[in-house]
Design a protein around this ligand. Structure first.
Ligand code: NI
Ligand code: MN
Length: 225
């Protein structure tokens, strides 16, 4: 698997056969102005919850690429009304997709669209593709659920929000990594807005001190899993 970070909580996962875009928020993110949105043509778009900073570019990208969205029932219904194809799931459910097995987890957050439409419960995703397992928690607080996921899955990479204020901070993200027993951890949901600006050196030093294989991706950076 390969992964490219596009800023905030947006990233593209490339499996052997498919490309999966998570939480597209590019055109409204000033930090991602150098990203060419037209070059992003995913097979699937996975949406963790309905907040604008996670689905602002869903319609644009899905329509030009013919992507299928994967999200909870409320979000899939919302985009179905705009003519976008989707596969609806809910917390705890798994499904075998052409790219591998996906399990939807529960996130501790809220979820409504910018126009006020109810967006269902917020989610995260565990993905098994080839011999790699990755987990993206979505926007969430720290929860003991992570220990259960760590017991069941051998997670190679976990992607966690660390920006504080709207989600957990880096200290709780470290505790999440511990419970998940993840081999590698990537931080997202930082720096985009003034309240979630972080000191990269302090965060990285803390993770190093705790022995976590942790990194903060650069916008536009591609790396191998
Ligand atoms: Ni949110
Ligand atoms: Mn968010």
């Amino acid at each position: 698997m390969k992964c490219t970070f596009y800023g905030h909580s947006t990233f593209l996962l490339k499996t052997e056969s498919h490309s999966l875009l998570f939480d597209p928020f590019i055109s409204q993110n000033p930090l991602a102005s150098h990203i060419d949105i037209d070059s992003i043509n995913p097979d699937y778009i996975l949406i963790s919850h309905a907040h604008g900073d996670h689905c602002a570019d869903v319609e644009l990208i899905a329509k030009k690429s013919g992507s299928t969205i994967i999200a909870n029932v409320e979000i899939v219904n919302y985009f179905a009304d705009k003519g976008i194809e989707g596969f609806a799931m809910n917390s705890g459910g798994s499904h075998e997709f052409p790219f591998g097995k996906l399990t939807m987890t529960h996130a501790y957050h809220s979820s409504s669209f910018p126009d006020g439409t109810y967006g269902g419960n917020p989610n995260g995703f565990v993905i098994h593709s080839g011999d790699t397992c990755m987990f993206y928690s979505g926007d969430t607080a720290l929860t003991s659920d992570f220990a259960l996921l760590g017991e069941r899955y051998a997670i190679d990479l976990v992607i966690l929000p660390i920006g504080n204020v709207f989600t957990m901070d880096y200290v709780d993200a470290e505790r999440a990594c511990m419970m998940l027993k993840a081999k590698k951890c990537m931080g997202v949901h930082f720096d985009t807005f003034p309240p979630i600006k972080i000191d990269h050196e302090i965060v990285q030093a803390y993770m190093n001190l705790k022995g976590q294989d942790f990194f903060l991706p650069k916008i536009g950076e591609e790396f191998k899993l």
